[in-house]
Design a protein around this ligand. Sequence first.
Ligand code: SF4
Length: 311
Amino acid sequence: MADLKNEFSWSWSRHRAFETCLRRYYLQHYAFWGGWEPGSEAREIYIQKKLNSRPQWIGTTVHQAAEWVLGQVRRGHYPPPERVVERYERAARRMVDESARGLFRIRPKKSPGFVDHYYDLNTPEDAWEADLQEISRQIRGLFDNRVFLRLTSVPGRIVEVERLEQLFVGDVPVWVSLDVLVSDGEGGFVVIDWKTGRAHDAETVVRQLGVYGAYVVQRYLRQDPGRVEADQLDRVKVMYVNLREETYDTRDLDLAAMRETLATIDTSSARMRELLVDVGENVAKEADFPMLEEGAEACAHCAFRRTCGRG
Ligand code: SF4
């Protein structure tokens, strides 16, 4: 197998890490490299990178359930809600059990740990149970959700579900994974994003969805997102569905939003590259990515706090 190379790319989550803490960005995208090998120098950072918080676990499990159901529906099978809830509740419990047994030390990718176990937080049993109930509630809620039900009624129109894809903005490769992309049956597309947590602010979500919109323009409308016309952009809508609150919001992508999206990618990727010691080889040096100040709020829940001595 050819040697893996850490190539530069951009994604919305990478941008968020860069904006939150430069050291976190460095650990997550550079220092972890090679840590998949047991005994390697980067092993501990790799284990930390793979850790889940409990809100992330809720989100991942509900997304996996939605993805699985839509996959089944596209093959003509309609699994009963209780079977889906049971399947994913079991998977969620198994994750907790494996983490509590410390399997993340042996196979951090297949059995990622929880921040709670890694940092010995002694999270009470009823907190885990409350989260498991929330997972079940949200999965059950999919089957009453208008948007989800509409998707299951038009499986032939579903174009993508959680597929890792790439677009290019200038020379910058940008990774995207859309929760769902569906055709509207009239030559247009709707990007759907499931949200499961409490802490989403609508404007940030819409900015994230703007990146997905740029992907749809490039891939499916076969237009350069930087030159797309307003009437072509009318064919792309973005929608985010909050499964916790049972609300949804649909937005049009207009030219101003598209310009803002492209400017964000451009500026953010340029700033990331400026900090590299070798742009061509994508090499970064730890000292160029300082930690936040002692006591910073972001450190309190950060998976890397042991590496930073903030644990
Ligand atoms: S612990 Fe704090 S300084 Fe260290 S990576 Fe996390 S947020 Fe940054």
